[in-house]
Design a protein around this ligand. Structure first.
Ligand code: NAP
Length: 118
């Protein structure tokens, strides 16, 4: 089994589905896992859940809506401030929308697929 002790991993979109399952397995392998989602209440519930299941105290929650470039940048700055290095970034959060939508002034991308980039 590959161990991830000492590794810092960010899994975007880890409050649900594939991202949550990925975060769970990485935490089980000993990684420090930075969970991410948009909804703080949902995120807190998932954080509690994964801490309980894995017994790990190396899980952290970050909130950002990637349809806002400001929030993407804020998240990146926060993670840089809180961690010396990021060993692994799993760009899981994404969505496909056929129509262009402008929900925020500084939207990250014209609809389509959003990703965290730094
Ligand atoms: N499931 C499939 O069959 C399938 C097939 C092909 C590709 N994919 C891709 O695999 C990835 C995961 O899919 P999934 O079905 O497991 O889950 P999903 O429903 O696509 O994603 C859920 C996660 O993404 C976060 N998220 C959604 N929109 C976001 C936004 N605008 N900004 C920041 N975070 C956002 C959610 O946060 P909140 O909970 O806070 O909303 C949640 O943590 C996605 O990129 C999806 O496109 C999935």
């Amino acid at each position: 089994m590959v161990l991830m002790n000492g590794r810092v991993v960010l899994v975007t979109g880890s409050t649900y589905g594939i991202g949550k399952a990925t975060a769970l397995e990485l935490a089980r392998k000993g990684a420090t896992v930075l969970l991410h989602g948009r909804n703080p209440e949902k995120g807190e519930a998932v954080l509690r859940d994964l801490c309980r299941i894995t017994g790990s105290d190396r899980l952290h929650l970050h909130i950002a809506d990637f349809s806002s470039q400001d929030q993407v940048r804020r998240l990146a700055a926060q993670i840089r401030e809180e961690h010396d290095r990021l060993h692994l970034l799993i760009n899981n959060a994404g969505t496909f929308e056929p129509e262009r939508k402008m929900r925020h002034k500084n939207q990250a991308a014209p609809g389509g697929f959003w990703r965290l980039s730094w």
